[in-house]
Design a binder for this molecule. Structure first.
Ligand SMILES: Cc1ncc(COP(=O)(O)O)c(C=O)c1O
Length: 416
């Protein structure tokens, strides 16, 4: 499959990769690079239509149209039922907090349990724990020792008391995928809602909110080849019922009731262009038929990305095994379908910060620390002030870069 993936053409679309050479971007989970068409969209917005929306002059109307188009594109990307189900804003954390505060106002004593996981980023844990004063009780869905969440472990935790189940679609630290459609089914079977953190999943695989049947989902643009921004999707009926803060003159309907204040328009324009990028990639790779719709191209693109990333995962796991690293989570190369190429590891008793410093000297950007996941660190037996080393790849990375990383790693391990 590697041979079929147009890696050189893909890389040529991301100018930052060439400009940074010989630097290797292996810290993509903290933010990915942008294709040229996204850079162009942001620049064009700032140059030509950098005005407030809702005015009676043409430039302002163009901003209105840009926002409407961005909603339509995100709706196609997610397979949402309606563009009004998408709200734009600052980042994922603020949207999780917004939804949790709203849901916190609706907690009833007989249905007050929130299921949270010890695999998640703390943005999707602490935000819910903050509802304790509102009467929420918490039930922990724990990952197993292989770094995965199993639906069989969730089922006994659910009851008529469950108000909401929240989890990630894939671990931003260990890279393990979650069967989110099964989580939604199980949640609904007891009358609970299901909230999905899709921040780390967005750049790696196909999102389908209708097939998954979740109730809410958050994403961050900056992980998915767009600028710094975030968005919330929710089923229209759920968003209509959500008691959010809004000024009196703001319509009491989605998306407006979710979008207090002005968001960063140029970055929304960049998000829209990032979806054009996925669509163009799918158009280049898929059947050249006039019957193909934008969503079909996105399906093609994400399937090619997913397949190529499994090749990267295998390469990365092989290199880590050869260097004698301890990999947390799924580390068997035959199980790469269960993960994305985001890997946390440690190298003997070397301090993770030292490993990352030495990698930086070799012009390879990776990350160390607790990955904003204190419960996960606890489960892995890792101290918060040390944590682990994380390497996070996306589809513009290459096997050659993995080889360079492997060479540097073996040197750091003292094995080369
Ligand atoms: C899985 C996951 N959830 C939530 C967040 C927080 O996202 P944001 O920075 O957009 O608030 C991150 C950020 O790294 C993440 O990886």
């Amino acid at each position: 499959m590697t041979a079929e993936f147009p890696i050189e053409a893909v890389r040529a679309k991301f100018p930052a990769l060439e400009r940074a050479k010989p630097f290797v971007y292996f810290d993509n989970a903290a933010g990915a690079q942008l294709p040229q068409n996204v850079l162009d969209a942001v620049a064009r917005h700032l140059l030509d239509i950098n005005v407030q929306r809702g005015g009676r002059y043409e430039k302002s109307r163009e901003v209105d149209r840009m926002i409407a188009t961005a909603r339509e594109k995100v709706a196609v990307w997610l397979n949402a039922g309606d563009p009004s189900e998408i709200a734009f804003g600052m980042n994922a954390t603020s949207f999780i907090r917004l939804v949790s505060i709203a849901i916190g106002q609706t907690i009833e004593p007989g249905r007050n349990e929130f299921v949270i996981t010890d695999l998640d980023h703390d943005a999707n844990v602490a935000t819910w724990l903050a509802l304790k004063r509102a009467g929420a009780a918490f039930v922990w869905w724990k990952m197993r020792d292989d770094g995965k969440l199993y639906i069989e472990d969730l089922l006994p935790l659910l009851s008529h008391k469950t108000r909401l189940v929240t989890c990630t679609a894939v671990s931003h630290a260990l890279g393990s995928l979650v069967d989110v459609a099964a989580v939604a089914r199980a949640s609904h079977s007891v009358g609970a809602e299901m909230f999905l953190d899709c921040v780390h999943y967005g750049p790696h695989a196909l999102i389908d909110v209708q097939a998954w049947d979740c109730d809410y989902l958050v994403c961050s643009g900056y992980k998915a080849f767009a600028p710094h921004m975030g968005f919330l999707w929710g089923k229209r009926s759920r968003l209509l019922a959500l008691p959010t803060f809004r000024e009196e003159f703001i319509p009491d309907e989605p998306p407006y009731k979710i979008e207090a204040g002005t968001f960063i328009f140029e970055n929304v324009s960049g998000m829209s262009a990032a979806i054009d990028y996925f669509e163009a990639l799918g158009r280049d790779l898929g059947p050249q038929s006039a019957k193909q719709m934008p969503r079909d191209h996105i399906v093609t693109a994400m399937s090619a990305i997913r397949s190529y990333e499994q090749t990267l995962s295998r390469g990365l796991l092989d290199i880590l095994a050869r260097a004698g690293a301890t990999v947390y989570g799924v580390h068997d190369r035959t199980r790469v379908a269960e993960r994305v190429p985001t890997v946390c590891f440690n190298l003997g008793d070397k301090h993770p910060a030292e490993v990352v410093e030495l990698m930086a000297q070799a012009d390879i950007g990776i990350r160390d620390g607790h990955m904003y996941a204190p419960r996960l660190m606890g489960r892995l037996g890792l101290a918060m002030d040390r944590g682990a080393v994380r390497v996070s790849l996306v589809h513009y990375n290459t096997l050659d870069e993995i080889d360079r990383f492997g060479h540097a790693l073996r040197k750091i391990a003292g094995a080369a």
